[in-house]
Design a protein around this ligand. Structure first.
Ligand code: F3S
Length: 283
């Protein structure tokens, strides 16, 4: 048997796990079940739910054409407009927005009502950021790097409420905030970065540095999984990026050694367990 160490915080973060639990609960009651966008960034999980009758809905128009059922809002959350439209559509809303994201929605709504200009530091194309922007009553600017700051027509008299996408890099967030402050803006900074990503990355780095082979499990479309792969590869030359156990078959070196395993935020436990048990016994 090989020596295998699985990183403690591998896989689902609190919000992603909660989203899946809500969906599982909804399935128990029967009737049409929809998720507004894929529940997770993991094709295997989405497919297995589809096989059980869950339909991924991509737009309000599509939702309007479907028989009434339950709509699960995933952990990323949605804008206020989308939330209200789903409610008004006659479907039952099951809100699985991560509470940490919900908190950003309420900060943005409240501070924008108080007249502050909202700046969201994050990727403007990410659904979480689109949702956050949509809770401001007076629009919002998104900033991803320094050049974005130069482009926005801000008035130095305005009070800026700066929040962050939950998965944004902490150091980069700090640098951008400092840039706003150096430029003389009046800021109200709310660091809304979630620690789950940080903890997972730090643990993965420490583990990858001490093992002979490191395995990162995640979907190729999941940016946090790809980031984990990058981090692990920087300290462990033998790092594999796999989606399921099938990708590990025949890839492990024959020699004895310790194997480390970590997984992205949308990788379910059963996939981690399958890889773990294969790796332990394949010799
Ligand atoms: Fe929530 Fe943090 Fe995960 S914000 S969805 S627990 S990464």
């Amino acid at each position: 048997m090989r020596n295998v160490i699985v990183s403690e915080h591998a896989g689902f973060c609190f919000g992603a796990g909660r989203g899946v639990d809500f969906l599982e609960e909804a399935l128990k009651d029967g009737g049409p079940i929809y998720t507004y966008g894929p529940i997770l960034n993991n094709a295997h999980v989405v497919e297995s739910f589809e096989k059980r009758g869950v339909r991924v809905v991509e737009s309000l128009e599509e939702l309007a054409s479907l028989p009434k059922g339950k709509v699960v809002i995933r952990s990323h959350g949605v804008s206020k407009k989308v939330y209200e439209a789903i409610e008004a559509s006659g479907h039952e809303v099951i809100d699985a927005t991560c509470p940490f994201v919900k908190r950003i929605h309420s900060i943005v709504e409240k501070q924008s009502l108080l007249g502050e200009t909202i700046v969201v530091i994050g990727n403007p194309k990410h659904p979480e950021v689109e949702g956050i922007v949509g809770w401001s009553t007076r629009g919002a600017y998104t900033v991803q790097d320094e050049s974005d700051i130069e482009k926005i027509p801000l008035n130095r008299e305005e009070k800026l409420c700066i929040v962050s996408q939950t998965t944004f890099n902490r150091n980069k967030f700090q640098e951008l905030v400092e840039k706003f402050e150096k430029n003389g803006y009046n800021t109200n900074v709310m660091n809304t970065i979630c620690d789950a990503t940080n903890v997972r990355q730090t643990e993965a780095l420490e583990l990858a540095a001490k093992v002979d082979v490191m395995i990162v499990i995640g979907d190729t479309h999941s940016s946090n999984s790809r980031k984990l792969y990058e981090i692990c590869s920087s300290v462990c030359r033998n790092t594999l990026f796999v989606q399921t156990v099938m990708d590990v078959l025949g890839k492990l070196p024959e020699a004895e050694g310790t194997i480390g395993i970590t997984a992205g935020a949308s990788t379910p436990k059963y996939i981690i367990e399958e890889v773990q048990s294969y790796v332990r016994n394949d010799f």
